[in-house]
Design a protein around this ligand. Structure first.
Ligand code: ATP
Ligand code: MG
Length: 300
């Protein structure tokens, strides 16, 4: 039998033979004519009535490679904004812009305008330490410090000098744990290590740690991807409670989760913000063909 070395050309040919016929632009979905896949201009209302965060023409580069392209978006008070899109589209890159976490990545360059309550967070005089307290972050993998549960929550208030007495610090720790829905489970084991509790409890501990410094915004990058469905549902309920006081931005790969927890959804695709709008509309009546592809499972 003769073996044939596969060549790139062969696969291209196969793809042409088997791939779905590209759709023409102007396809309709739910009675609506969709914006063509070729268009990269953001569809939908990027603005909110009373923005807490205001982003304009944000570009992010890693070296020569552009990961975020001219993104403009506002984030309002008391809302949960979900960011969705295929892997590598720039969700983590964009969320990290919001508290200057990209500053810590060598070769990463951010340009454009990002305002928090009207003030440019990239201005020269901005100290990133208090900024990151104001715009807290909860990561994909719970990352409690190897310290007691108490000290995990007390850490931020201590370094920011938020408590004048031990009693005041105790009060902040307790209130934060209550808000994070963890107090009843840990109140008798406050001296136990933060790393000794379950994954779902650790994630709530990290949320309590973020809340303890009275942030304005909480950024969450796939906060439930390491959790089981029960722990996930506890965190989702918590987000709904927390949004009464904080603005929350969540990156999620779960469209069900985005639909459950958020009021607005932003769909990213290869560094572009393709569409943003009220969550029910994005999931049932999107306006852009790329959004429709994603929500119907055709892409990503
Ligand atoms: N530290 C880095 N150095 C260089 N390139 C990076 C770095 N981080 C991300 N990128 C690139 O930037 C683009 C966007 O990545 P990003 O991590 O923001 O995507 P994402 O939407 O969060 O993906 P995922 O859903 O897989 O987490 C990708 O092409 C990625 O390879
Ligand atoms: Mg990511």
């Amino acid at each position: 039998m003769q073996l044939i070395e596969p060549s790139a050309g062969m696969f291209e040919h196969n793809i042409q033979m088997t791939a779905e016929k590209p759709q023409k632009s102007g396809e309709t979905f739910g009675g609506k004519t969709l914006v063509s896949r070729d268009s990269r201009r953001t569809v939908g209302d990027i603005s909110v009535e009373d923005p807490r965060m205001f982003c304009r023409n944000v570009d992010v580069f890693y070296g020569d490679k552009q990961a975020i392209k001219n993104v403009s978006l506002e984030i309002g008070y008391n809302e949960v904004l979900a960011m969705i899109g295929p892997s590598g589209c720039g969700k983590s890159t964009f969320i990290r812009c919001l508290n200057r976490m990209n500053d810590t990545i060598a070769g990463c360059r951010v340009s454009g305008e990002i305002l928090l309550d009207g003030k440019n967070i990239y201005a020269k005089d901005v100290d990133v330490v208090p900024l990151r307290a104001q715009v807290g972050m909860v990561f994909q993998k719970p990352n409690p410090f190897p310290k007691s549960i108490y000290d995990n929550v007390a850490y931020g208030p201590r370094i920011h000098g938020l408590a004048e007495s031990k009693a005041e610090l105790d009060e902040i720790v307790e209130t934060s744990l209550v808000k994070a829905g963890l107090w009843n489970e840990v109140k008798d084991i406050m001296n136990q290590s933060g790393t000794s509790i379950s994954g779902g409890q650790q994630q709530r501990l990290c949320i309590a740690r973020a809340i303890a410094v009275s942030p304005e915004i909480i950024l969450m990058d796939e906060p439930c991807s390491a959790l089981d469905p029960i722990a996930t549902s506890v965190i989702e309920d918590l987000m709904d409670e927390l949004r009464k006081q904080y603005t929350i931005v969540i990156v999620t790969h779960s469209m069900q989760q985005a639909a459950r927890v958020s009021q607005r959804t932003a769909y990213f695709h290869m560094g572009d913000l393709i569409e943003v709008g009220p969550t029910p509309m994005i999931f049932t009546r999107p306006s852009h063909q790329l959004t429709q592809d994603y929500i119907t499972g055709r892409f990503g």
